[in-house]
Design a binder for this molecule. Structure first.
Ligand SMILES: [Zn+2]
Length: 254
């Protein structure tokens, strides 16, 4: 295990984290994030490259915009730091392999959806479509055509299952229970996990979401509960645990 590579993946992750914050903030507003320059949200001043060094710029400017002194949300350096740490963990867990590319993808979806779903309560279609292609290409290169088709069928199965759960929830509670993004993201899970582990993801995601949902509902009745982040946290836990369907069946005593 090479320390230099761990540092490299930390830096790569913190740069990506900075980019995810921009995507997460601009995509739902349909702003262009590839051509327009980064600017301060408060004074609109165009940022120089040294204002955009992940984590460091925040620390050096004491958490404020260099030009208007407006506070920069702590979310930004946190996102950069956590993405950096998680990218290092990806390399530490999987070394240089196809699974490393999948792990980096899993972390990337998690961080982008944390921004979009917690801020806007949506998972943008662009994010889902991008990662569908990303995972399909990697599975194809890694496992070949037949295995990729199996993953696509798994994705359709998990998507249908989640759609059914949403439909059932709407019948029971007479209100919209899940967002469309929470259903579509299940297709992405199927491109990475085996079918049974995909079902387990929904279960674990619900278990993590439940206590938090109860707290939110008790404190604020009108508040919506974003389910996407919990689903993706469960997805990441299952992927990083390297648990197999066989392990799970053993655990169930089958
Ligand atoms: Zn400013």
């Amino acid at each position: 295990m090479n320390t230099l590579y761990i540092i490299f993946f930390f830096i790569l992750g913190s740069v990506c984290g900075s980019f995810f914050a921009v995507i997460g903030e601009r995509l739902p507003k349909k702003e262009n994030f590839t051509t327009s320059h980064s600017h301060c949200n408060s004074c609109k001043k165009r940022l120089k490259f040294y204002d955009m060094i992940p984590i460091l710029s925040y620390l050096l400017n004491l958490g404020r915009c260099r030009y208007c002194q407006e506070k920069i949300p702590i979310m930004l350096p946190l996102l950069e730091l956590i993405t950096g740490l998680l990218f290092s963990v990806c390399y530490y867990s999987f070394g240089f392999s196809y699974n490393l590319l999948i792990a980096l993808g899993v972390v990337s979806i998690l961080m982008i959806v944390l921004v979009t779903d917690l801020t806007y309560y949506i998972i943008p279609d662009e994010v889902i479509v991008f990662f569908i292609f990303y995972f399909m290409i990697i599975q194809f290169l890694n496992k070949g055509f037949n295995a990729t088709c199996t993953h696509i069928v798994t994705g359709l199965f998990l998507f249908s299952l989640m759609y059914f759960i949403m439909w059932l929830g709407e019948k029971m509670f007479k209100k919209e229970s899940l967002g469309g993004g929470d259903v579509k993201i299940l297709f992405v899970f199927g491109l990475v996990l085996e079918p049974l582990l995909g079902v387990l993801t929904i279960f674990i995601g619900s278990l993590i979401a439940l206590p938090i949902a109860i707290i939110i509902l008790l404190t604020n009745k009108e508040h919506m509960i974003p389910f996407g982040p919990f689903l993706i946290i469960a997805f990441a836990i299952l992927f990083f645990s390297k648990i197999t369907t066989l392990d799970f069946l053993h655990f169930l005593g089958l």
